[in-house]
Ligand binder design. Structure first.
Ligand code: ADP
Ligand code: ZN
Ligand code: ZN
Length: 747
C-alpha cells in the first residue's frame, strides 16, 4: 500500500505538468487506485483532481504534505479510464507518468473549435426596408448588399457576407453596434469526412464469416471479453466481419475503435465504413490538423460518433462505453510506438479492453509470430477464414537463384527469367510491379557467388557494414574485419549489399527504353498527396512499370497487374535483426498478393541469393503454417520473443564517455548481485553494452543493452530497478535512459 498519491488537477494539456503530491490517509489506503477522482485541499479551498500515480517516495518535505480528503464516488468519467490506462503504460513500458499521460490524452489547443458566425436582422421588415432606401440614397453599397441579402434569406454566414458579398468586417460590426443586426456565434466540430454520402448496405455474410462473427458475439453476450486472432488471406472477407461486429456492438449503444496502419488508411477503406455507418464514423490520420484531431476526440466524448477509424493513436479515443477494438493488419510494425513510452498498440488495446470490458479482434493474412504463438497457447482465440470470397486463384510464384545467374554470366539486377516475363507483359500491355524490399539502415556483407552472409557467431543475425571495412553485430557489439574473399567458397565477389529504388529505376529504363516507369519511395512521396497521386496514376494505366519499396505492397488493387518481381528478397532477410525472416515472409506474401487481382491470372518472381531459406520457400507457397513452425523453433533456440521476452535499454548522451559509462554501470547492476535479487529464481541473459545500429545521431551517442528473460514481469522489475538507480545517481545527469520492451525493429 502506497503512502503518497500524485494528483493532477485538471487535464488540459498545459496543466499536465502540474502534478501535486498528497498523503493518503489510512482509511483510504485500501481503496485508492490510479485514475480515481479525489477531493483535495488546494490553497484555501477544496477541489477535485485525478490520482495519476501511487508511490512510497515523498518528493517534498513530508510534514508539509496535505492529505487527500476523500474519493469522489460518482460514475467513473472517461478521464479516469484514460488515466488508469496511462498508469498501466508507465508501469509496463517505463518513462514518466507525464509522457504516458501526453500519449493518451490528446493535445488541447487554444483554438479548440471552429467558430461559425451567423448574421440575422434584429429590426422589423419595415424598418429594414427604410434603412435600405437610406443606404441607397447615401451610396452605402456594401450596407445595401448586406441588408438585401438578409431580407432575401433571413440569415447569412459570416463567410458568405465577407467573401461572397465582399462586405467588410467593420461594416458588419457597425451595423451590429447600431442594433440593426445580430451576430450569433456557434461552435462546430470539424468533421473530416462530412463530404461523403451514405448508401444502402447489402452484403450478406457467407457461412464462414457468420461463424467468425458468432464466435466473438457468443462470448460477448456472456460478458466474456476475449482477444481473437482473425486469420484470413486478403480478400477472404475480414473487413466485412469487422463491420458486422461493429454493427452488433453499436446497436447495443456501445462503441468501437478500428485501428488500421496509416499507409493502408485509404479513401477506399474509409468510404466502405462510411457507406455502412454514415455520420457515426470518424477518422484520424496524420494529415488532419491538430485542431481537427482534437475535435474528433471531443465528438467521441460527447457521443456524436461511436466508431473511430485510425492509426495507432486512435486507440486513445475517449469512448466511455467501448465494446470492441479491431486491429487490422495486426502484424504491422507501425503499431509499436518509437517514442517513450514505447507501447505496442496490440498489448495496450488488450489492457484497455480489460479495464472497460471490450472484445479485441486482431486481423491479418500473415499474423505476427507473437500473436500466432499466443493463439497457439490459448491466450488468444484463433478464428480462420479459409476461402477468398471471389474465388480467384492466388498468383503462381517461382524463386530465381541469383547465384546461378552470376555463374552464367548475368550480372544485371534482372534475372533472365524476370526480364523475359517483363518483355511479355509489356507486349501484352499488362502492368508490372518491381518490388525492392529494402528495410533497415546498414548494409550487410554477402557473397554473390554462393549467397553466404557474414553473421554474428553469438546472435545469429547478419553483421552490419560500417566504415573502415568493419562489420558489427547490432545486438552484442561483436566486430570483425570485412573479408577479401568469401570464407565459404573463396570467391572474390563478396561485398556490401545495398540497392536503391532510384538506381533500379534508371536500370529498368535502360533495359526497356520505351516503357513508362513510375517510382514510389520515401523520396517521391514526400509531398502532400503524392502517395495517392502515384497510386492513382498507376491504377489509370499511365505507366507500365511501378518500382517501389514496401509502401507499394499494402493492399492496393491494380486489376491490370499480372507480374510482380521481387528484386532481391535478401534485402529484408539480412537486416541484422531477429525479425528478419518474419518481415521477409510478410513482405513477400503481400507482394505476391499484388499480382492477378483482376480477371487475369498473375505471376510472381522472387529473386534471391538464398533460395532455400524457409521463409522464402514458405512465402512462395503462401504457406503460413510451415513458416510459423520453423520460425518458432528458431525463436525457442535463441530465446527470442515471443518465447522469451526482450528488454532493450538505450543510453544516449552528447558525451560518448558518459553514454558508455552509463551503459556499463547499468549492465553491471543488472548482471550482478542486484540484478539477481530482482529476479531471484529466474535466469536472465544480458547482452552488450554495444553501440546502437546507428551509433551516433545528431551528435548524440547511443549505447544499447539487451536483456532476455522468460517472463515479462522480470524485465519490468529490472526496468524499475534501473529507473531508480538512474534517478538517484549523478552520473546520469547528461545521459538519457530509455526502455523498449520486445522491440519490433533493431536499434
Ligand atoms: P479482406 O478484408 O479479408 O481483404 P474484404 O472484406 O475486403 O476482405 O472482402 C473482399 C471483397 O469481397 C470486398 O470487395 C467485399 O466487399 C467482398 N465481400 C466480402 N464478403 C462478402 C460477402 N459475404 N458477399 C459478397 N461480397 C463479399
Ligand atoms: Zn561465397
Ligand atoms: Zn551478436
Amino acid at each position: 500500500m502506497a503512502e503518497y498519491a500524485n494528483v493532477i488537477v485538471g487535464i488540459s494539456n498545459e496543466k499536465l505538468d502540474r502534478i501535486f503530491q498528497y498523503k493518503i490517509p489510512d482509511r483510504l489506503k485500501q481503496q485508492i487506485s490510479v485514475g480515481m477522482q479525489v477531493d483535495i485541499p488546494f490553497g484555501n479551498r477544496n477541489i477535485k483532481g485525478y490520482v495519476v500515480e501511487l508511490t512510497d517516495l515523498a518528493e517534498y518535505e513530508v510534514a508539509k504534505l496535505k492529505e487527500i480528503s476523500g474519493i469522489v464516488r460518482e460514475s467513473i468519467p472517461i478521464e479516469s479510464q484514460m488515466i488508469a490506462l496511462a498508469g498501466w503504460m508507465k508501469k509496463s513500458y517505463g518513462g514518466t507518468m507525464n509522457q504516458a499521460l501526453k500519449t493518451v490524452i490528446p493535445v488541447s489547443q487554444k483554438k479548440k473549435m471552429k467558430e461559425q458566425k451567423t448574421l440575422r436582422l434584429l429590426v422589423s421588415l419595415s424598418e429594414a426596408k427604410s434603412l435600405l432606401e437610406e443606404y441607397k440614397r447615401k451610396h452605402n453599397t456594401a450596407r445595401e448588399r448586406l441588408i438585401n441579402a438578409l431580407l432575401a434569406s433571413g440569415a447569412l454566414s459570416w463567410e458568405d457576407a465577407t467573401k461572397k458579398l465582399s462586405v467588410s468586417g467593420s461594416v458588419i460590426k457597425a451595423l451590429q453596434a447600431a442594433g440593426i443586426l445580430g451576430v450569433e456565434s456557434n461552435c462546430v466540430y470539424r468533421n473530416p469526412i462530412s463530404h461523403l454520402v451514405r448508401e444502402e448496405y447489402g452484403v450478406a455474410l457467407n457461412e464462414e464469416q457468420l461463424g467468425a462473427v458468432e464466435s466473438v458475439m457468443k462470448d460477448y453476450r456472456r460478458g466474456v471479453f476475449g482477444t481473437y486472432l482473425l486469420k484470413g488471406v486478403t480478400g477472404s472477407g475480414k473487413t466485412e466481419v469487422y463491420m458486422e461486429l461493429i454493427a452488433r456492438v453499436t446497436k447495443e449503444r456501445r462503441q468501437a475503435i478500428v485501428l488500421i496502419p496509416e499507409i493502408a488508411l485509404t479513401y477506399q477503406t474509409v468510404i466502405r465504413f462510411y457507406r455502412r455507418f454514415g455520420d457515426r464514423v470518424s477518422i484520424m490520420n496524420s494529415r488532419l490538423s491538430q485542431g481537427e484531431r482534437y475535435d474528433q476526440f471531443e465528438r467521441a466524448k460527447n457521443g456524436e460518433i461511436d466508431i473511430m477509424i485510425g492509426p495507432r493513436s486512435a486507440l486513445f479515443t475517449p469512448f466511455d462505453r467501448l465494446g470492441l477494438i479491431i486491429i487490422d493488419e495486426e502484424h504491422e510494425m507501425s503499431y509499436k510506438s518509437e517514442k517513450v513510452p514505447c507501447y505496442h498498440a496490440r498489448e495496450t488495446a488488450i489492457a484497455r479492453a480489460k479495464m472497460t470490458g471490450a472484445a479485441v479482434v486482431l486481423g491479418s493474412a500473415t499474423p505476427s509470430v507473437e500473436s500466432a504463438y499466443r493463439a497457439e497457447n490459448g491466450e488468444y482465440r484463433l478464428i480462420e477464414l479459409t476461402k477468398r470470397v471471389h474465388l480467384r486463384p492466388l498468383a503462381s510464384c517461382e524463386v530465381v537463384d541469383l547465384r546461378q545467374e552470376l555463374r552464367q554470366g548475368n550480372r544485371s539486377i534482372l534475372s533472365r527469367r524476370l526480364y523475359g516475363l517483363m518483355e511479355d507483359r509489356l507486349r501484352k500491355k499488362q502492368q508490372i510491379i518491381l518490388f525492392l524490399n529494402r528495410r533497415g539502415i546498414a548494409g550487410f556483407v554477402s557473397c554473390r557467388a554462393c549467397g553466404h552472409v557474414i553473421k554474428c557467431p553469438h546472435c545469429d543475425v547478419s553483421l552490419g557494414q560500417h566504415g573502415g571495412g568493419r562489420m558489427i553485430c547490432h545486438y552484442c557489439g561483436y566486430e570483425e574485419k570485412e573479408p577479401a574473399v568469401c570464407p565459404s567458397c573463396g570467391s572474390p565477389y563478396i561485398s556490401g549489399f545495398k540497392a536503391g529504388t532510384e538506381k533500379v529505376e534508371s536500370l529498368v529504363k535502360r533495359a526497356f527504353p520505351t516503357a513508362r516507369v513510375l517510382r514510389m519511395d520515401m523520396d517521391t512521396t514526400r509531398g502532400k498527396d503524392s502517395y495517392e497521386r502515384i497510386l492513382s496514376s498507376f491504377a489509370n494505366q499511365e505507366a507500365d512499370i511501378l518500382v517501389g519499396t514496401q509502401m507499394i505492397v499494402k493492399g492496393h488493387d491494380f486489376a491490370n497487374v499480372t507480374l510482380v518481381g521481387v528484386l532481391a528478397a535478401d534485402l529484408s532477410l539480412h537486416i541484422g535483426d531477429y525479425h528478419a525472416p518474419e518481415r521477409t515472409f510478410q513482405l513477400l506474401t503481400q507482394a505476391a498478393g499484388r499480382a492477378g487481382r483482376g480477371d487475369l491470372p498473375g505471376e510472381v518472381v522472387i529473386q534471391t541469393y538464398d533460395p532455400d531459406h524457409y521463409c522464402i520457400r514458405a512465402a512462395c507457397r503462401q504457406d503460413y503454417e510451415s513458416f510459423y513452425r520453423q520460425e518458432i523453433e528458431y525463436r525457442k533456440l535463441m530465446y527470442y520473443p515471443p518465447v522469451w521476452n526482450l528488454l532493450v535499454i538505450l543510453c544516449a548522451s552528447k558525451e560518448e564517455v558518459a553514454a558508455g559509462y552509463g551503459a556499463d554501470c547499468l549492465a553491471r547492476l543488472i548482471g550482478g548481485d542486484a540484478g539477481g535479487g530482482a529476479c531471484a529464481d529466474e535466469k536472465i541473459y544480458l547482452i552488450g553494452p554495444a553501440d546502437a545500429a546507428v551509433a551516433k545521431v545528431n551528435d548524440i551517442y547511443k549505447k544499447v543493452i539487451y536483456i532476455k528473460a522468460k517472463t515479462y514481469e522480470t524485465l519490468v522489475a529490472l526496468k524499475d530497478m534501473s529507473e531508480r538507480y538512474v534517478r538517484d545517481n549523478r552520473d546520469y545527469k547528461n545521459v538519457s535512459v530509455q526502455f523498449d520492451f520486445n522491440p519490433v525493429s533493431g536499434f
